[in-house]
Design a protein around this ligand. Sequence first.
Ligand code: PEP
Ligand code: MG
Length: 635
Amino acid sequence: MTGSPATPKPADPVRYTPSPLAHKPRSNSSESIAGAMAGTRIPIPQPGEPPQVVKGLGVSPGIVIGRAIVLDSGLGRVHRRQISPDHVKTELMKFEQALKTSLEELAAFQKQAEREMGAETAKIFGVHQGMLRDKALVGPIRRMIESEMVTAEYAVYHTFQEIAAKFRKIPDSAFTTKVNDIDDLSIRLLRHLIGDTGQRVKLAGDNTIIVAHDLTPSQAAGFDRKKIKAFATDLGGRTGHTGIVARALGIPAVVGCQRLTEAVVDGSVVILDGERGIVIVNPDAEQLEQYRAFIEQARIFSLSLDELAGQAAITLDREPIEILGNIEFPDEVQKVLEMGGQGVGLYRTEFLHLTSNHEPTEKEQFQAYRRCVELLEGRPLTIRTLDLGADKLTQSREEFPERNPFLGLRSIRYSLKHQPMFKTQLRAILRASKLGPIKIMFPLITSTSEFRQAKYLVNDVMEDLADEAIDFDRNIKVGMMVEVPSAALLADAFAQEVDFFSIGTNDLVQYTLAVDRTNERVASYYNPAHPAVVRLIRDTVRAARRRKIPVSCCGESASDLEFCLLLIGLGLRTLSMTSSAIPHLKRLIRSVNLSQCERIARKVISLDSDVQVSSYLRDCARKIVPEAFDDRAGD
Ligand code: PEP
Ligand code: MG
């Protein structure tokens, strides 16, 4: 699905790609090529390097020109990166410095160990120093940097790996134990060469673009936004939560770039285009000029969008569509309102947990909800209970991580398993409910018994509060996300028990089509326009209408300019989305008739292939509102 409005179209050599996003870069486009990793590390300029254009999945719009910090996957695997002949000297110096620091460190450890544990035990540190002085070990590293022109960290990693592999093959236990020493020394040297991830991120200079193999949503949420202006990763899919965090923070991002980390070194100049899903490493003068022009155009375009924000979302034949915002942090409410949102349709509360080093207390959660209510000034707020698990937090805390976390203990299952934690959240929500119009929504409900259990706990907490004479909204609406096929198929049964539905297409697509939403390798299979998904949406909306309960859509597809024509045609009148998409959606809604949307929906339901549905939606959208797609003529 595409649908971004008039973004300037780049000319060659940057290939234009249709955007997966339904909105455009706004003020988060910036330029500066100030050095990354201010302070301790020297950025390596790459004057003679040829430009490389890497395509990925644009998940958060905006253009940034900056310098890279590359994060390998911990100190595990180090990717091979070539350097230009003029950088051989710098890499050799880096290596000598890391060697010197490691030797000093080992000497200090030896002294300390002698004092605390005796000379015999301290000997090991002497042995390690001897190994690091051994020409047979460090000679090949220096030679590799010189002759193969690779980074110091790769030469260290590769050389130590080779030696360890040789030792492992020798059937003598003396050699096998030496492997541990080799690994230990390799890690020590690498730490001095590339630091650990947390430290390196802290050293970021102004206008840094993080290039990483992968990032968790909490890593992304922890970035210092004053310095880290964009990020790109090798792994990741269109609707993964790391991308969602990027949008929430307004950080342009491209994921699923496959081998980008191999093409970039610290200090490389990088252009990141989060709209088109492009990363240009070592851009030439022409590309830099072209992208500076795009940044300026995006700035002017965003000014014209501000006018739209104040207008009503109403079709040509006067049907109002309620447009709400999705938020992850309370302060995002301001942006939702600025963009013209009428309230919050999805508050992903788990982000309070993801950005905190402890389990948030009832007070902290209550304060967050109260802040939202205050900012919303009487507008509606749907609080989704914790959706932890899968790609969010719990795996790193488990002693035995799950083999298949997206099918594991996530969302409501996790909450039901950790009832004290869940009840704490419910108490905080209920206490906030007396301050403004709040609804409770449960994620990933798959069966009626699961909903009943969760609802039972709400009633339980209500009783506790009543006993304590604490006020709350006794008529609070309790609804559920429809984001797995079982919920959609049983929509009629659910509709008799729940107060409302919100369709979560991000997970509904993943679970209907068996496509991991975070896996770039199967990104082409991830298509909300698949007829199976469309039918599940249709049936959910029908069931809701039959039972007269509200239904909305809060997945990313709600903000897709093509797909939302279908959603409206299927009967949806409330759409909740990332705030930056709101003005674009308003423009589209103000240009269509309800009858056109209904005709589109009827036709789509008669099609049986996702390719047909996608191209039909694309054609319709372009015919109805060509101006929204002016720049997409050549797609
Ligand atoms: C969804 O699955 O569509 C959804 C809105 O929830 P999340 O993206 O947080 O999983
Ligand atoms: Mg979901």
